[in-house]
Design a protein around this ligand. Structure first.
Ligand code: HEC
Length: 723
């Protein structure tokens, strides 16, 4: 059977067979490098290197790369998916967990599937209603939906084979990560630690959907029996009782990798619920397995080893970032390693058989720890780590060092390409903590965003400060020598994941709406194209009938797109873009520029009401509508409401009339007075924008210039000494 499949795919790759639906099985995924034309699993291979063996597109002809076809997804929300490509069909996922299958050469839509996620469930998603992709096994594709289902689809026509609920719907769990298929089982985690959940991963039988095993990442209610000895061991590292009431966190919301040689599945575990360790576990403790990489037996879910990157995490320094397996030369020895650049700012090289730490070095400025002790494997915290009494400005920020955007590893250059972030953030501790359910962050911090005081600050100044405080870059990291080889500074901090090819190219999309190719050895910019919307997803590469393609889901969003004011105030439709040599297509230009057509309503609100409204906005609205009413561009910018929407403001915010499009009622959290205050604040902010929009050109130029200088100063004051 396997031989047959192998010859089918060989025939196919040389273009003799047009439609073949050969099963995806263990042998095929293990040997994914012998099928360079396909992209069978999330990171292309189980090692998740995101390196395409295809070399048709190379440094000499890259200038001929052009658009082959594109597909508009009918949404403006974020796209974070890695498509799969199997036998000439490309399968992508978009916002609200929708799936599309296209003929990978022509772009013809073959089928689509919408799991009809209730839009109100979107309030449980901290970081946009995104989806990062599918798993393939047998003749099926597997999808995790935002509302917690695992769905098996027939790969040929998109029909549902089975579906199962993987979460407890009384808690704010979501799924945004891609499942992985290993040894006939489909493994899926979840998210929700910002709002209070207990993390776990579950394996289901690929054929029937029956649950095979579940591994909890944090201990539960100590009054109940432990699920396993591992949970008994983990419980010894926790104190107090807030953690299990809130959930403890530790969600496995993104990365996994698999090594068939050791039959080990590696999972990346996230942050705590709540974030703050002095609240979560008041008498100390490492809080296993928060911020850890855990190796499991994929057949039984049995624990094998773990390495905790941030013991007793308090900054949201998840270890859910991309896990990448490779054999690298380090200190004159070839080692079988696992690599990760988690949010905490250290690049880890770990022996993937034993979990032994080999190297951990700073890839961005880090203030919370001076170094990682290679003997003990533990970070050495600095005074900056303690914000139990006083607030601290700490680097990296909660967005990381490096977020979910996948890295890539190029075997020839020996470099790992990290879509990195340099950022600093104030952290503090809440004096009194109460668990408030899923409509509000439950971080255990004095909510910095909610303090207000930014009203009246010109938006150009805010943007300048954010731009300078939060910087994005692509770093080429040498994991053998533990040093940076080259870097590219981006104009935005939130950019795309990375693809590399064996022809020495590195592809990355950017927040400023470009897809770019760099020389893998030097970082030299070789090719770029304006794409019409910011990109956060990683590109992939595949071939059909001997022709190589580069594909990327372009759609501005995710946590950076939703909440942070960016320098760009316009984004277009989210779309799948596919390129090939000699492609002549042109990108549709339908940027949505925000422009205020009419003056905002007159306001007679008191200064106090507006100030209170700014605080309400920061605590309850900013995470979707943008900090300081920023220009996220993904969900409505509330300064630009039209007269009719102003009329029904209360019905929207308290009455929930827009819950069908994802805007739930806040009646259980906000009073009528709160809503009046937030409305007054928004009207005041709209007047400011109206005045800025209608001011003379020379004045705006002057403001931009002054803001730039002022921002330098603000950043200098806020930034701790970065080592
Ligand atoms: C979980 C994300 C989320 C949060 C939090 C949130 N909203 Fe929304 N809001 C949405 C979505 C989604 C829409 C509908 C789609 C759109 O407008 O882009 C929306 C629409 C609206 C609209 C209508 C906008 C228009 O142009 O039609 C108003 C008004 C609004 N929200 C006010 C608020 C206020 C006030 C708060 C805070 C109390 C808030 N929202 C918090 C997601 C959110």
């Amino acid at each position: 059977m396997n031989l047959l499949i192998r010859s089918w795919s060989t025939l196919f790759s040389i273009g003799l067979v047009v439609i073949v639906h050969a099963d995806v099985d263990a042998e095929r995924v293990v040997n994914a490098n012998s099928e360079p034309e396909n992209w069978l699993t999330h990171g292309r291979t189980y090692a998740e290197e995101r390196e395409s063996p295809l070399t048709q597109i190379n440094k000499d002809n890259i200038n001929q790369l052009g658009l082959a076809w594109y597909f508009d997804t009918n949404t403006q929300r974020g796209l974070e998916g890695s498509p799969l490509v199997i036998e000439g069909v490309i399968y992508s996922t978009t916002s609200w967990s929708r799936v599309y299958a296209h003929d990978a050469a022509s772009g013809e839509l073959l089928w689509q599937y919408d799991p009809l996620v209730p839009r109100a469930w979107g309030v449980n998603a901290c970081c946009d209603v995104v989806n990062r992709g599918l798993a393939a096994w047998g003749e099926s594709l597997y999808l995790g939906t935002l509302d917690g289902r695992l769905v098996a689809l027939n790969r040929v026509d998109g029909r549902v084979r089975w579906e199962t609920l993987t979460i407890d719907r009384s808690r704010p769990y979501t799924i945004t990560g891609a499942p992985r298929a290993v040894n006939g089982k489909i493994i899926i985690g979840n998210g929700g630690a910002e709002y209070g959940v207990r993390g776990y991963v579950t394996a289901y039988d690929a054929l029937t959907g029956a649950q095979a095993w579940r591994f909890y990442t944090v201990p539960g209610d100590p009054g109940k029996p432990y699920e396993s000895d591992v949970m008994r061991m983990a419980a010894k590292t926790w104190t107090g009782d807030i953690y299990w009431k809130v959930g403890g966190g530790g969600t496995v919301w993104d990365s996994m990798a698999y090594d068939p040689e050791f039959n080990l599945l590696y999972i990346g575990v996230g942050n705590g619920s709540p974030w703050n360790r002095w609240v979560r576990s008041p008498d100390g403790g490492d809080n296993l397995f928060l911020s850890s990489i855990v190796a499991l037996n994929p057949d039984t879910g049995a624990y094998v080893w773990h390495y905790q990157t941030t013991p007793s995490d308090t900054w949201d320094y998840t270890a859910t970032q991309h896990i990448l397996l490779a054999d690298i030369e380090i200190r004159n020895k070839t080692r079988k390693v696992l690599m990760q650049a988690p949010k905490n700012g250290f690049f880890y090289v770990i022996d993937r058989e034993t979990g032994e730490l080999i190297a951990a070095d700073k890839y961005v400025p880090v203030t919370w720890a001076s170094q990682v002790n290679l003997e003990t494997g533990r970070p050495m915290e600095t005074g900056n780590a303690d914000h139990s009494a006083e607030s601290q400005n700490t680097a990296p920020a909660a967005l990381g060092g490096h977020n979910w955007q996948p890295m890539a590893y190029n075997q020839a250059s020996g470099l790992v390409y990290i879509p990195a972030i340099e950022a600093v953030q104030p952290y503090s501790t809440a004096q009194a903590f109460s668990f408030r359910g899923s409509s509000q962050w439950n971080l255990g911090q004095a909510e910095a965003a909610g303090k207000g005081g930014l009203r009246g600050v010109p938006s150009v100044l805010l943007e300048s400060v954010f731009k300078k405080l939060l910087r994005g870059r692509l770093i080429a990291w040498d994991p053998g020598l533990q040093q940076e080889r080259w870097r590219v500074d981006h104009t935005t901090m939130w950019n795309g994941g990375v693809l590399t090819t064996q022809s020495g190219l590195v592809f990355q999309g950017t927040g400023d709406r470009r897809l770019v190719a760099y020389d893998a050895d030097s970082g030299e910019l070789l090719w770029e194209v304006e794409t019409g919307t910011g990109i956060v997803a990683p590109p992939i590469s595949y071939a059909v009938n001997g022709e190589q393609y580069i594909a990327v889901l372009a759609g501005w969003g995710g946590v950076g797109g939703l909440s942070l004011p960016q320098s760009i105030n316009a984004n277009g439709t989210s779309r799948l873009l596919v390129y090939k040599l000699g492609g002549t297509g042109s990108h549709p230009t339908n940027l949505i520029e925000l422009e205020m057509a009419e003056a905002p309503p007159a306001t007679v609100a008191s200064r106090e009401s507006i100030d209170r409204g700014e605080v309400v906005y920061g605590e309850y609205c900013a995470r979707c509508h943008g900090l300081a009413v920023g220009k996220g561009g993904v969900v409505s910018d509330l300064r630009y409401l039209d007269a009719a929407t102003h009329e029904i403001f209360d019905e929207i915010v308290l009455g929930g009339v827009f819950s069908g499009v994802g805007m739930v009622s806040f009646a259980d959290l906000l009073s009528e007075n709160d809503v009046a205050d937030v409305h007054n604040y928004l009207i005041a902010a709209a007047h400011q924008t109206w005045d800025e929009q209608n001011s003379a050109d020379w004045w705006r130029t002057f403001l931009v210039w002054v803001s730039d200088v002022a921002a330098e100063f603000v950043v200098w004051v806020l930034s701790p000494s970065m080592s």
